[in-house]
Ligand binder design. Structure first.
Ligand code: FES
Length: 143
């Protein structure tokens, strides 16, 4: 059911762990399956210097977190904000349709962590861009 890349990231997740004194934290959960993802950011000069994740969830959620953190490390906050769950799924060689919603957790977790950072800096919250085709984490959730 899963691509080789998904299995590889699930078995050897990158950036799994916690950052002490993070600059931003985002926690999201899928109410239907109960899976939870937490994203920790270290930000320097508007760039993601370090990112770690903790995911208590299915294989697709773990692989998506791993791939998403790889894709945003070293990127500007704006570039990280623009990472869609579709791009994460594509980088993983695709996810089965019933598992696409799992990758949404990564996108939402990153957005929450970035906005947590922005609040702490006294900056305005970023909003989803108009036209962004964001699915929701609990869309079509099948475990
Ligand atoms: Fe819950 Fe994948 S995130 S089934």
């Amino acid at each position: 059911m899963y691509s080789e890349k998904v299995m590889e990231h699930f078995m050897n997740p990158r950036n799994q762990g916690e950052i002490e004194n993070p600059d931003g934290v985002g926690e999201v959960g899928n109410p239907k399956c109960g899976d939870i993802m937490k994203i920790f950011l270290k930000v320097k000069d508007d760039r993601i210097e370090d990112v770690q994740f903790q995911t208590f969830g299915c294989g697709a959620a773990v692989a998506s977190s791993s791939m998403a953190t790889e894709l945003i490390k070293g990127k500007t906050l704006e570039e990280a904000w623009d990472l869609s769950n579709k791009a994460v799924a594509e980088a993983l060689g695709g996810l089965p349709p019933v598992k696409m919603h799992c990758s949404v957790l990564a996108e939402e977790g990153i957005h929450k962590a970035i906005n947590d950072y922005r609040v702490k800096q006294g900056l305005e919250l970023w909003k989803e861009k108009p036209g962004a085709s964001h699915a929701h984490a609990d869309d079509a959730c099948e475990i």
